[in-house]
Design a protein around this ligand. Sequence first.
Ligand code: GLC
Length: 678
Amino acid sequence: MEVKKYILGTPIETEAAVYEVETAEGPCPYLDMDAKAMEISCRLGKQDMVYGLGQQVRGINKRGWKYVSFCSDDPNHTENKVSLYGAHNFLVVNGEKPFGIFLDTPEQVSFDVGYTRPDILSIRLSSWNAKCYVIEGRSAYDIVKTFRKLIGHSYIPPKWAFGFGQSRWGYQSQRDIEEVLEGHEANGLPLDMIYLDIDYMDRYMDFTVDEEKFPDFPEFVDKVKRKGIHLVPIIDAGVKIKEGYGVYEEGTAKGYFCKDQDGKDFVGAVWPGRVHFPDMLQEEARKWFGEKYKVLLDQGIEGFWNDMNEPAIFYSQRRLAEVFDRLEGCKGKNLDIDSFFEMQGMVQGLSNHREDYESFYHSYRGERIRHDRVHNIYGYFMTRAAAEAFERIAPDKRILLFSRASYIGMHRYGGIWMGDNHSWWSHLLLNIKMLANLNMCGFLYTGADIGGFGSDVTEDLLLRWYAFGIFTPLMRNHSALGTRRQETYRFADIESFRGLLRLRYMLLPYIYSEFMKAALQDDLYAKPLAFAFPEDSMARGIEDQLLIGDSLMVAPVYEQNAAGRYVYLPEGMKLYRMRSPEDMDEEMLASGIHYVLAAPNEVLLFVRAGKLVPIAKAANCVADLDMEHLGLLGFVECEDAAYELYDDDGYSKGCSLEGHIRKITPKEVGEGADTCIC
Ligand code: GLC
C-alpha cells in the first residue's frame, strides 16, 4: 500500500483528501508518534533532503529551519520568519527509504526540520487530533505524485489567464485603468488582464463598484474585453459594517457571520474599518457568500482574486478598546524603557493577534468551533465558496480564481499568488524556490508579484524578474500604493520589456500545454532538478534552477549587476539566449558547470536533449495567438521526434487529455515557423 493513514484523536475534517484511505493499525515504521508530547518525529540521515511545505520561506530543501503552519498576513518574507499565508503540511523525507507525510489538521502545526537538532525532524501539533498520511514510494518524485492523487486535480484557469496581467494597488478610476491599457497598446506590450485592487469598490465594500470612479462599469468591462483584456477585481474576506449595505444586512439577519464568545457577530477591522467575517465554514453562509460573486459576473467579470482571507485582522474592536484604556494609563507618565516598549508593543501587536483568533467562533458541520482550531482552512473555504458558486452560476465556463491564504485541498478550487513580497533580489530567488514546493502541494497556478509588491523596484530587477516570470503560470506585475510605479512602459528600456513579454506569448503553447498535462495527470509543472536526475549528486543540491515542464530548464539571474551566472547541466542541453522572439542566439552546451553570460534583458532557456518546445508567433493577447501554425525549438536528432501538444478552447470545463493532444513534428513546422529545430 502506498498511502497509510493514522488517525490521531478526533481530527477535524478539512476535505483535503479526495479518497478514503484505510486506517493503518500498529506503529508507523517511519515515525515516532508521541501523543502525550503531541509530537511526531523521525531521524534524518546526514544526506537526507526534506522537500515540501509549499508556501514557506527558505529553500526547496527545508532542512535547517523551523516552520509554523498558521496562515499569516505578514508582508516581510525575511528568512527569520516561520509562517506565510498558506498552510501546506506536506513533507517528503528523501533518504535511503524515502517517504512523505501529510498532516491533515486545520490547527496550527510546527515543523522543526533539523533546527534544534540537525538529525531530527519533529512535528508538533496544537492538539492530538489529525489525520497523518504516510506515503511510500521509490523516489521523492513518486511520492509527490502519489500525494497529488490523494488530494485531487489542481485547479485549471481559463487560457487567457496565462497571458500577462498588470496590477497595482492605487489604480483609482476608469481613467487609471485606461492609462494602463494605453501604455501597453502604445508600446506594443502584450496584455491579457488588468487587476482591480480595493480602489474599485465603494468604500471597500465587497461586491460593489464605486459609480463615481466607474460610471458605467459593465460597459467598461465590455469595452476592454473587446480588446482581448479581462478586468480582474479583488474580493476581501471582511464585510463592512454599514447600515444599508445589502451584504452586511443580509449576513447579519441570516446569522452568516462568525460569532464572538457571547454569540454576537464578531467585530474586526480591515480596509473598510469595522467588519464582520462571513462564516465560510458554515455551508449556508458559504453558499450565500459565493452567490454574491454573481453581482460582478453579471457585469461581465470572469476572474477574481480573494484577499485578506487568513483572515487578516488589523484590530478587533475588543482589543482596540483595551489598548486605548491602557494607553490612557500611560498619559503624562515618564515612560521608562520597559513601559515604553510595552506601550509600543501594545500598538504594534494589535494586528493579527493570537488572542483575537481565539475569540471568535464558527459553526462547522453542526458544531460550534473556536476559530484557532480551524484557522488554516478559512481562506480555503472562502475560495471554495466562490468556486462552488461558479459551478452553479456558470457550470460550463472556467473562471479565473486565486487566493492569498490557502490550505492543501484549496488547490482544487483556485490558484494562489505568493503574497506581499518586496522589490528585493532575494525575493526573486524565493519566488524560484517556492514555485517548486508549491507545485508539490498541488498549487500549479501560481506566481509572485513580479517586480515585488513592497519597496521600490529598479529597472534591472524588474527585467530579471520578467525573465523568470515569463515561466510562471500566473504572470502578474503588482505593486503597493506608495512604492515606485512599476508598469514596464514607465522605464527607459521599454524595448527590452517588450521583448521579454513577447517571449512569454511565443512560449505560451508550451507553457499552457505543460501546465495542462501536469494538472490533468497530477504531475509537476515546475520541479527541482533532483526529481529528474535523482542519481546526480550535483543536481540534487541545486535550488536556483528549475525544470519547467518536460523539455525545459531555466536558470534565472537573481543578483544585481551580475554579468551572468553559473549553471549546472546534468546532461548536454541547447541554450537559447533570448531577447525577443526575433532576437536570440543558440549554442550547444555539454553537461557540467558553465558560467553563462546573460544581460539583464536576456532569458536563458535550456532545452533538454531529445526534447522539443512548441512556440507561436507572439501576439498582443492570448486570444490572438495562432495555435495552429507553430514552430519548434529544440534539440533532436531523429526525424520522427515529436512534441505532444495539449490544446483546447481555453474556456470549457471538463478538460481531458483525450482529444486534445496533437503531435507536432519538426517536419511539419518547416514553413511558417518562427524558429525551427536544427
Ligand atoms: C493586501 C494584498 C495586496 C493588495 C493590498 C490592497 O496587502 O496582499 O496584494 O494590493 O492588500 O488590497
